[in-house]
Structures are given as structure tokens and as C-alpha cells.
Ligand binder design. Sequence first.
Ligand SMILES: [Fe+2]
Length: 412
Amino acid sequence: MTGFPIAPLVEGKTGFGLYVFANPALASEADLEEFKRLLFIHSVLVFRHETLTGGSFTPKQQLDLTAAFGSAPTGIYGHGAGKKQEKSILHPDLVTLPTVPQVQLIGNGLVTEPHHGVPPGTRLNHPHHRTFHRTRVSDEDDVKGVTRFYRWHIDAALYALYPPIVTTLHAIKLPPPSTQLLRYDDGSNDELNVSIGTTAFISGATAFDILTPAQKSLVVRGYIKYAPHPYVWMGPAKSRPTGLGMESEGLELSLGENEDGTGGGGGPGEVPEWSEDKVMVFPMVWKNPVTRKLHLQIHPSAIHSIIIDPLPQSPTPFPIDTLYPTGAKITDLKEARDLVYSLQRAGIAPDLVYAHDWQEGDVCLFHNRGVLHSVVGAFPKETVRMFHQCNLAGSEAPAGPEDADLELFCHY
Ligand SMILES: [Fe+2]
């Protein structure tokens, strides 16, 4: 299979995303190399092909395609293998396929037929923002189809495992198409018309490009320390109305920090056991291996604290409005979250969002280290929708900015 047709996902400002009209299950080694190159350049690839409908793209083929983009030698799911953390906020939304445990069944409604080892009677839950946001749209507006971004994120455990490079989604079964009105509800009047149950993406490269020069100088020197077991830790806390990070009300579980760099224990109000050597600290911006561009890649709801390096040594003076020129450690959770929000909010502006209009059979690959994405929309309990999702923990930490980037973006 060579010379497959491609086309932009949308014409317009978002500037990323590509349709690939091919069956990825038939890809040769050369094709896979081309898919990789295209993914790193275009961030989101949607394979749309008549052979992908009707369940003919198997979970094993999806796993193989996902693995072709690289993973840790263990080849485990991006959130880990084995028993799920019952208290994790991700737990209710993911059903592991017993036959291929790296692939998750996600969606909505009741599974009525045996499905790759998942028994009939299993209930799928498309998350509604009412369970995660501090505020919610009114019942009246909810009925009219008003919705929000659920949670902007990177697919990553952010504790003990490195973030997956790619996530693959295969649309198995969809309800009839309809639209919803997505509101930001943050006082901005921003809104978007979206297909029901869309997946929304923004480019981390664009999110970096539109920062001010002073913000760019900050983010190339910035690191995020993520909370241990972040999805358990944030459990009682609530999201901002944009789904872009959390409100700071002191509701997070206790980390139970000990002086020897361990903590937790899973007691009441406490996260499970953890140790400092498994805590993840990643640069705020990640370097694209093909385009060499920088992507602003922060999982906003899992932030614990921020570390900012001082300006690098240089014979040339730095601009006087440089932020944190001597570096900083921001350990106040609200301050850290507010700073990240000020960096990320512009990147989710309506005309920068690509909201995919799913068709049955679509196989979507997204560069998980190059975009942020969000579940969107709400379905009645009885509406059936099924997707297979797969990602694999990465073998190493994402690459951050290089010395030349520091030089370029700190001298603006
Ligand atoms: Fe996700």
C-alpha cells in the first residue's frame, strides 16, 4: 500500500490534522514510517476507509498499529496494567478488553452482545461534565444540548510511567448524528457548535506559538511536577468550567508526605503509597522529533507544583520584562494552577479547536505528546456508542527544549 490519498481535516486556522484514506491494518513497514512522519507533522491522523467499518479492524491490529509508534519494552497500557485504582477518576470510564488488555472499550450505554471478552450487561459511561466541573449548565440548557469540554488532558498516568507517544481511537458504533452547543462558561462568551460526542483537539505547537515573548521565555525554562497518583489525588476536587484545570478549594486528597521521599498509604482522605523516585517532572514544552517545534504540553488538572530555571548564562543582557529571571519554585497550588491557566487558556480559543465529527469505522491516531484533547458532550443513558482506545506507556520522558531554544526564546 503506497501512494494513499490524504487531505486536510479542516481548512482554517487550526492548521493541523489529516485524513488518510487507507486501511492501516494493511500497512507495510514503509507505510508505517510514513504514518509516523505524517503524525508528528500533522498531530492528528484520521483513517477513513470502507474496510474499517463493521468491526473488521481488530483490537489486536489496533494494538500493533499503536505499538509501531514506540513504547516501553513492557508494552503496557498508558495508565498501567493490572487492577485499576478504584478511587481513580478514570476508573468509571474505561472497560479493559480481556482479550487485548492494552485496548479499552469506552463509550455509552449497555453492551448487549459479547464483545471481545466483555460480557453483555456491561454499562459504558460517557462522562458528563456535571460529575467533574465545579459548576454545570442548567438542566434546561442540558436538555437543549448545551455542553462543555469535559477535561483537557494528555493521556498519561503521570506517575511511574512515561506518557504514551500516540493514542489510537476506533469508532465501532455511533448513534445517529446530531449537534450540541459547547459553551466555555468562563465569562468570555466563547462557544462552539460541535457534533455530539466529538473529541476536541488543540495543537500544543500553536499553543506555544501564540504565547507572548515573555511567556515563551518562561515556558522554555519551566517544569511541571505532577502529583503522585494524580487521578486519585484530584478525586474530590472540581474542574474549571472550561475543563482546563482545577478550581483550588483545598479538596485534593492528602499526599501524606514523609521526610524520606515516600508518602501516602491509602488511608481515609489519603493517596495510595508513593515514592519520590516515581514522581514525574516534565518540561512545560516538549520538542517534536520531526518538525523540531516546541509544543506547550501541560496536563493542567494533575499539576502539583512548578519549577522555573533561572535565565541561562549569556554575555548579552536579557529583556527587562523577563518573568522569573532568577528562577522560582511555585509550590502554592492555586498560584501554580493560575499561572498554567494563564499560559494555556488562549490555546483553546474556539478557532484553534479541531472537533472531530466521528463516522463509524474511523481510526484516529493523535500525537499524545503534541496535542491536548478533551471528551465533549452528553448522551442519554440508553444511547449506545462504542469505541476502542489504545495507548502504551512511553520508553522515555518527553524531550524538552534544547540550548538553542533557550537562547532563541530567552532573548526576545
Ligand atoms: Fe484521553
